[in-house]
Design a protein around this ligand. Sequence first.
Ligand code: HEM
Ligand SMILES: [Cu+2]
Length: 841
Amino acid sequence: MKSVNQEAIEHDPQQLHEDLHTIWGNPKGLRSLTIVNHTTLGLRFMVTGMVFFLIGGILAMLVRTQLAMPDQNFMSPDIYNQVTTMHGTVMMFLFAIPMLEGLAIYLIPKMIGARDLVCPRLTSLGYFCYLFGGIILTSSLIIEMAPSSGWFMYTPLSSKEFAPDLGSDFWLLGITFVEISAVSAGVELVVSILRTRTQGMALHKMPLFAWYILAMALMIVVGFPPLILGSVLLELERAVGMPFFQIAGGGDPLLWQHLFWLFGHPEVYIIFLPAAGIVSTLIPVFAGRPIVGYGWVVAAIAIMGFISFGLWVHHMFTVGIPQLAQAFFSAASMLVAVPTAIQVFVWLATLWLGKPKMKLPMLWVMGFLIIFVCGGLTGVMLALVPFNWQVHDTHFVVAHMHYVLVGGMFFPLIAGLYYWLPLFSGRMPSENLGRWGFWLTFLGFNGTFLIMHWTGLLGMPRRVYTYEAGSGWEIYNLLSSVSSFVLSAGIAMVLLDIALHFRFGKPAKHNPWNADTLEWANTMPPSAYNFVSLPTVETRHPLWDDPNLPHTMAKGMHGLAVASHGRREMWGTDPITGKVREIIHLPGNSWWPLFAAAALAVVCISLLTRVYALAGIFVVIAGVFLLRWSWENGAHPNAAPDAGVKPGDPPLHSRTMDGPGLWAMAVFLIANGSFFLSYLFGWFYLWTVSPEWQMPDIPPLSLLIMSIAGGAVLAGCVVIEKLVRGLRQQRDAGLRASFYLAAALGALQVGLAGWALWRADLSPTQTTHDAVMLVGLVYALFHGGLAVILTVLQGMRVGYGYVGAHAPFEPAVVALLWRYNVVTFWLLVGALAILPRMIGG
Ligand code: HEM
Ligand SMILES: [Cu+2]
């Protein structure tokens, strides 16, 4: 084998193992809060997700109890609304997404032969934002002030007028907080998959699961920002009265629906794709053969990702959309059946051509196939506009939704948990208890939800807290409720089995299912650094082609089997070919992510309680924490204990111009750009569609001042670009002065834009026009200010010697932000100051 590292063989593998453990191992006690390791954090995500699933499940049982018989008053209408809203919200935002992200965080580095995710501290920040946000959101139930306008918070039902108490605020602020977590995990999963696959793992050799997660992560990055924008706008409306969604000031409640479903439809696929990824991983292993049509599956994933962003309007067929648009979105919705069908056929063909073994995980996969296909069929029915009009907002939709969500997400998830359990714990689940659990869940599920198709067709609306005796729905509802208790018993049995197995399960033998992917080359349970040495991968099925690989990896016979310099390191590789480009040196455990998340939690709570001064103070504190965190990066001595590499080795990433930080910035800017485009969409949507929108006769924003500001940011960007070009050629003369010059130009831009805003004399609580304009300018001011701060810090880092020709990495990252600022600022000038002058009101 050519990748064998001769030098390492002379090392004692046991010694190597201990050295790596010293560097990577997890601290105990209070300091365990500083852990950034993906294995630990992935498990924390999943355990927390399961707790929220139990909360959501209990809420569902309360709903079914209330609906079991007509004219019940087990719950008051108001509590019922809170319970259903929170059931949907908890399941979608606090269970489905974080759970699947947690699984990906746990598995992805192991599958692609890396030692950790590429931004480990970001994983930790994401976890704490999720935890704190989830606690804040669910605590609203305890004080009986939970959101009650349905999990998609339609305005005006969720607006101040009809929801005056704090419920909607809990939702808007809590969800936004939780989404920080989703987006950070999205960013780092994208970068990890693209840049840290082990040597030789070209894109077309990557495990299918990684393709699915890549698609999911990209969709999170693009799909969540519209909802973040919507939540910010609605919270502004509720808190200070900016009328974005009120007809009276010139707003439009339908804007909320567009922003919500721009997120909400992709969300369905964000949940489905990783679940399908689990299925595509398990079926070949249990069929004992490679998947049929790897390329087809990759194509189907990509097509699904794209189409899903063009479907959102199918949730709005009944709100009065032009006929042509209805036809378009109806056709597009049916089109999405094509990539789904491709995957189903690939799975069936793989089973057909292999010799499937019906182990416990496969039972859940079969359950998934049956339920999900049924859900897909009712989905195509719902894509037909006339049918949709009939059953809109009835229990038919509730039934369809659970067939796709529970069938398409929960069943594969349990299949995956059973499959990877031996990896988590080193033990096997109990086949007996597991099979009982499956059958109870499967029968209970169909009993609960199949029947809801009928109640729906009989006209029973969703989200009503009770119904009259004699409506003909009684027997169906009773059956559905009884079945839901069978379902809960099944799920309880499964969770019990999983919990008990950690103690009582039979010890598993290595790679118990005879799988092909690298995560099974770990010890079971895995060590904090995953692999003693990093292999060169030449095929899609490394463990099938070389069953001895785990052994040689553990003996340190492959790459990076060194620990003498005390760094946490792994490979950075080419995104397409998987050739090694640099050694990535990862940051270690830290308190900063926890501190930053805690400060943000205080911001969230003070906004909820309307103590805005406190919120302001803690925004600043959180900012300081984040900057302090970023200070010990790159070439800072605490970050790079030993900057040298052996001759012939690839360079450390902080010594290149293309490290993972640059990629993370780029992906983060995609998310940011999606936020900005949603904002522009809102501006043009309201301008063209909103019935009472008014363009002021004299455009309030001075074109002259805005253009000079735009010139300043452009000039600052040019300075930065020149300096980066110099660094590329190893020149760093006058570097510090250039940074300060750019920062001064940035400050000029911020000052001028601020002045233009002040002169415009807007009344954002009177007209929607002024409110939208204000939001756009605040966005520009914030980003301008951020660029100034980061650029000043760069100048200081030059002084300390952390940045220069020897360490040129960070300026390239900052340069990206400058470019982004130039583009978005000019788009803003165009939309807010130029177009209104050209077209008028
Ligand atoms: C585990 C057993 C579950 C049961 C018995 C159950 C039951 C229900 C019921 C009865 C409703 C209708 C409430 C109404 O319209 O008045 C509902 C709504 C909903 N459920 Fe579930 N559910 C379960 C699991 C899930 C899961 C796993 C998810 C998501 C991953 C989910 C997501 C939703 C959503 C989004 C709604 C929409 C609520 C609305 O209409 O606004 N549910 N569920
Ligand atoms: Cu949809």
